[in-house]
Ligand binder design. Sequence first.
Ligand SMILES: Nc1ncnc2c1ncn2[C@@H]1O[C@H](COP(=O)(O)OP(=O)(O)OP(=O)(O)O)[C@@H](O)[C@H]1O
Length: 615
Amino acid sequence: MARSGLNSSGSDLATAELPKPKVNKESLKRSLRIFRYMLPYKAKFIVGLLMLLLSSSTFMAFPWLAGKLIGAANHEPLVLSNGWVLGINQIALLLFGIIVFQGFFSFGRIWFFTQVSEFTVRDIRRALYGKFVQLPIPYFEQNRVGAITSRITSDVAQIQDTFSLTLAELFRQLSTMIIGITAIMLVSVKLSLFMLLTFPPIILVAGLFGRKIRVLARETQLELANTNTIVEETLQAINSVKAFTNERFETNRYGTALDRVVRTALKSNLYRGGFVSFIIIGLTGGIILILWRAATLVYNPGPDHLEVGQLLTFLLYTAFIGASIAGLGEMYGKVQSTLGASERILEILDEAPEPTHHEPATGLVPTSIEGDIRYEHVAFRYPTRPDVPVLTDIDFHIGAGEKIALVGPSGAGKSTIAGLLMQFYSLSGGQITIDGHPVADYDLTALRRQIGIVPQETLLFGGSIRENIAYGRPGATDAEIIEAAERANAYRFIQGFPEGLDTLVGERGIKLSGGQRQRVAIARAILKNPAILILDEATSSLDSESEMLVQGAMDELMQNRTSIIIAHRLSTIRKVDKILVIDGGRIVEQGTHDELSEREGGLYANLLRLQFELT
Ligand SMILES: Nc1ncnc2c1ncn2[C@@H]1O[C@H](COP(=O)(O)OP(=O)(O)OP(=O)(O)O)[C@@H](O)[C@H]1O
């Protein structure tokens, strides 16, 4: 059988570091398209934003009122513009009221933003999944499954973070900064300018320091992971290590890796130490500088004089501004990751799908297919290996209802010949016709509905046996499912399970034997009732009873249908109308079993003899 087509290696990519794009106009413009998924929920978003602004601004009134409270303690009550005088008690009450409001608005902000993010992310995941299943098979061969699934898991999660947290944070930090700076300017322009020239640069340097430390910490982690890999490898293959007397070699290898860990860890700690002393000297120094300047202003009378209450207001606002600047630095990294994630998601959403499920159908939609198949000089190369011709000049005819068998050595191209009928790939030359029409003229979905496949290895989906059989025709009635199971010689063993058709199979259910799985697949195909059948015989041998049951089911299935059998055991194909012997991607012999077995020195006669000798 042709390889499943899925490139299953590299699931590790899901967790690997992915490149982050630069934040610039171009990348922003490209990635912002992801926001169209948010549009249906824009009303909720606006309400959330309003709540956010309200919660930020109520919170920003806190330092102002706290300053007034200290002022009131200094016998300077707060006098409002309408003449009301507020003393300590009233101001404290007001402060309390503000906090209650802030709590309420914060709840609203979280409630609305998380709704927007949950719904948006659901829609993006749905769109991605819808696109995945419509992408042509070569896409899955060229991209690793791990990388594809991480688009729908980690990349979407990254974006979810943005919708629920980062965006809100960004707005909050910005509004805090704007309100904060305006407020301190109102308190004292001189002190504000002094603060703005000292504090933000210190915080920015601290942010850069922090980023460098994170990078180094990640490097240390990676080095440590390397050492663990060595331990795992060695322990798993301890027999080989000992047999090759490589104990010393392995110990040295591990030792070298450990040294690398220490080197990177020490470098990282050098920065960490530097960071701590920078914070102590730089940041606290900056605070001392501002306090010194502020104390001078409080101490000296004159036009720039500050009251103690004003000083408290100023310091609280400054702390908020400082926190928001630090927060904005962190935000940059998040925005960068989000841009990367949305670009990767949009790339998939922009891929061209297979032309299936186009409603109304785009091509020829016959009400019934007879099943007369012609391969005319078909040539084929897999898109992943365009330099290797897999099939050359395949030319044959199967009349409607006839049965042919493809035989030949492993890798000869049998599965590929049969699979081309499904149009998973485009041909490199020649054409295939069904009932006289080139397959490309048919509507893809309509055509695939007429072809049934019983693969070598049947994959059952997680669910009940009933659902697995009904996969052949969703919506089939119980009676139809039971009839199909009976005709596929499967009903007896299904009834043997206490839950019958409701028995769960797949990863979380019971494990069916190879023969049982095949009979479920046959029941599925019987239910689908296609005009054309592709049967890929299992290579792994079944016990003789199971083989008899499977063979009986296959015979039942093949009745009145054009069938292509990819045969591994020649004993099962004596009755077919024609046998095509394939070798190296070409038809090297064709004829009935009797004709071919009598051909002296022929490949079929040889294979027959080999199998006979083996059994
Ligand atoms: N998806 C794929 N991508 C690239 N090459 C492939 C793919 N599937 C099969 N091939 C290659 O095409 C050739 C024909 O494979 P195919 O599976 O059709 O042979 P087969 O005769 O059915 O073999 P078997 O009897 O072992 O199932 C082989 O060389 C195989 O390596």
